[in-house]
Ligand binder design. Structure first.
Ligand SMILES: [Zn+2]
Ligand SMILES: [Zn+2]
Length: 322
């Protein structure tokens, strides 16, 4: 009797501790791939869902299968990775059609199930006319070259218009980014209840790109940061600071990344000793890991973190709670 009672009490405590834990977090983020090149089994792709939910959306699809195998090794799930892809990845949100953001999606498409691919029209156009064609692969989508196999349905997002992601409890708003003019990319603001996560695809700095895309984005999300509703940001940092500005090719480096975070902080009312961005989880994505670049970027970002953001260097297959 005593042991039954203790099991019940212990069970209640465990449930309590799980729910308190969940109450502190809004999103589960699972990196399937984190780099911006060099390693084809570890390229930009992140699963996101509200905490406790198993209906995931993939933010980019650079690496799918290798990432799912890594996630299973880390006990994120037990089932076969291909089955997880079919059943638990409900949709794809693609930031731009560069191969390091879509190759995993394309390669794994024969074994995938029916689902939607979301993107701004420029992304959908390249998927439709360059990749899901019969000369480069097979047309698994529902538009473009015939015969169309109709596994994937293209959803063209309208910029700055919140859209529900079908089959999930999330909503998304797309913002266009500048990525080596005339190249373009996308930032996705994902919403679940009153919580937000901001995922930026590849992006250059406004000054270098002669653009206002990033400052427009910071202006749009600053009120969320101020209100404590922004739970994290994923932003790229492809190169170390020694990379000359003229060779950034539409990417960021530590000084530029920190300059942008400072801009967001000040738009949210930061200044002097007060920094609304302090302790905000900032996931550093898309490092190009040539030579010792990765360690250098980590070091440079830590040295320049006067704002006190919570720097997170994601690892393929290791869950992040936000
Ligand atoms: Zn990229
Ligand atoms: Zn790119």
């Amino acid at each position: 009797m005593k042991s039954v009672l203790s099991i019940i009490i212990y069970g209640c405590i465990s449930i309590l501790s799980i729910s308190t834990l969940n109450a502190q977090h809004s999103f589960t983020l699972m990196p399937l791939g984190v780099y911006g090149g060099c390693d084809e089994g570890n390229l930009s792709a992140y699963l996101i869902a509200p905490v406790g939910d198993t209906a995931f959306v993939a933010l980019d699809g650079g690496t799918i299968h290798d990432g799912l195998r890594a996630a299973r090794r880390h006990h994120f799930f037990k089932m076969d990775p291909a089955r997880f892809q079919r059943q638990r990845i409900i949709a794809y949100l693609i930031t731009h059609p560069h191969l390091d953001h879509v190759s995993g999606l394309i390669i794994n498409s024969p074994d995938d199930s029916r689902k939607d691919i979301y993107g701004l029209p420029f992304t959908i156009k390249t998927l439709k006319t360059k990749y899901f064609t019969w000369s480069s692969w097979a047309n698994f989508a529902d538009e473009g070259e015939q015969p169309a196999l109709k596994k994937y349905h293209y959803v063209r997002l309208k910029e700055m218009q919140p859209t529900a992601i079908k089959g999930t409890a999330m909503q998304v708003t797309a913002f266009e980014l500048s990525h080596a003019v005339p190249g373009r990319s996308t930032a996705y603001l994902v919403k679940s209840r009153q919580n937000y996560f901001l995922y930026l695809g590849d992006t250059g700095d406004d000054q270098i790109e002669q653009s206002h895309k990033l400052s427009g984005l910071w202006t749009a999300v600053a009120p969320l940061l101020k209100a404590g509703q922004l739970k994290g940001i994923s932003i790229e940092c492809s190169f170390p600071d020694q990379q000359p500005d003229e060779h950034l090719f539409g990417h960021l480096k530590p000084t530029l990344l920190m300059k942008n975070l400072a801009q967001l902080d000040s738009l949210a009312g930061g200044g002097g000793d007060r920094h609304p961005i302090q302790n905000l989880p900032v996931i550093i994505a898309h490092i190009k890991p040539a030579g010792s670049n990765e360690q250098t970027i980590h070091k440079e970002l830590r040295q320049q973190n006067q704002l006190g953001v919570r720097l997170i260097f994601p690892k393929r297959g290791k869950k992040i709670l936000l």
